[in-house]
Design a protein around this ligand. Structure first.
Ligand SMILES: [Zn+2]
Length: 375
């Protein structure tokens, strides 16, 4: 992992590379901050940088034997600890039993991932992921190994808040009396859930959300997206690159809903009964869950368009299509009909939940909208 491939986080990168160059390397560091902002890639890039044989001022070389092994996440002096679920039948009990999954997962997610994504990846079903007591023996064993070839033996512990107490206590001992040239990098979404004795023995690195402009740039280079849409998605993501990607992948469904919404409003406005029937039929075919989601989406849109009339500065649309449609449509939503709109959409949602015939529900809804839209 290179620092240059990490989105934003300029200050943290500078701090990490500077302290490394100066040889100030605390043996236990806690990278903390919200999900999806790049804590794990930062810790990994830092570990690679510490061990690179020919680092530049800002990054690892990428060419030396250490960098090459780091790139494969397979350096003999790089160890990972992460939550797992025990699968007795498959003899999966410690992190190393999942190491292939772990490496594939990181590559597949391109270094940005969440706890829930990992659990899903390893088919945890309803089980919680944990770093089990047994892992402590593994940690001790790995740290007692002679250092193979690196400058630093590095142990990256992802989500230490999921560590079993007895494992935490053993870890505490090693953090207090570390073996030579050993670096612990703990990466946590919720550091307050780590036992305080460990927290207090780590040098804490607080990492904040990614700057909006950096997310915009990353989105524009990774996706076929207009600068305007990238800006809106970045705004909604509140500094989390993961959240931004999630918003974009919801896009398909989102576009479908938007188109249906526009059709429904246009047909209702035009009192085009034939078209209203067609839309009712189309919506009847998308399944109950989608029908509900569509009605929830419609309520949000009506609310946003109403607010946009009040020139509320915080109003934000996900896509420019919605904003464009809004410039024509929003003036039809006003204080006389907003409650009616919201009530009718909520009623339709309840009827869908109660299994009322969808064609009837949407036909009725459109007729109500034809009345509301004129008031
Ligand atoms: Zn290198």
């Amino acid at each position: 992992m290179f620092f240059k491939d990490i989105i934003g986080q300029k200050e943290v990168k500078e701090r990490l590379t500077r302290t490394a160059r100066e040889g100030v390397i605390p043996h236990a560091q806690l990278f903390c901050g919200p999900e999806g902002i790049g804590k794990f890639p930062l810790a990994l890039a830092y570990a690679q940088y510490l061990n690179c044989e020919n680092p530049s001022e800002n990054d690892s070389c990428g060419q030396c034997p250490s960098c090459i092994k780091y790139n494969h996440l397979a350096h003999p002096d790089l160890h990972f600890v992460y939550p797992i679920v025990k699968k007795a039948a498959k003899k999966k009990e410690v992190c190393d039993d999942y190491i292939t999954d772990w490496r594939n997962f990181i590559k597949e997610k391109d270094y940005y991932f969440s706890y829930n994504q990992w659990l899903e990846y390893i088919d945890a079903e309803n089980s919680q992921g944990l770093i089990y007591a047994k892992e402590s023996e593994e940690i001790l064993r790995k740290l007692s190994l002679r250092i193979y070839e690196a400058k630093y033996k590095t142990m990256i512990i992802w989500m230490p808040e999921k560590m079993h107490e007895s494992c935490s206590n053993k870890l505490l001992k090693i953090i207090e009396e570390p073996t030579e040239n050993t670096v612990f990098l703990l990466v946590s979404d919720t550091p307050d859930n780590i036992i305080t004795t460990i927290q207090s023995r780590c040098q804490r690195i607080n990492i904040h959300g990614i700057e909006k402009q950096d997310i915009v740039q990353a989105l524009e280079s990774a996706y076929n997206i207009t600068p305007e849409d990238a800006g809106n998605v970045a705004h909604l993501s509140k500094g989390s690159y993961l959240k931004a990607i999630e918003t974009i992948s919801l896009d398909e469904e989102h576009k479908l809903f938007f188109n249906l919404f526009v059709q429904m409003m246009r047909a209702s406005y035009a009192r085009d009964i034939k078209q209203i029937k067609t839309i009712g039929n189309e919506l009847a075919g998308v399944g109950r869950e989608n029908q509900k989601s569509f009605l929830i989406y419609s309520q949000r849109m009506i609310r946003e368009y109403f607010i946009s009339n009040l020139k509320h500065p915080e109003m934000i649309y996900v896509s420019s299509d919605e904003a464009n449609f809004g410039t024509r449509f929003a003036p039809f939503i006003n204080e006389r009909n907003i409650t009616g709109f919201m009530d009718e959409l909520a009623l339709a949602e309840r009827h869908i939940e109660q299994n009322v015939n969808a064609k009837m529900v949407f036909f009725d809804l459109c007729l109500k909208i034809t009345m509301l839209i004129k008031s």
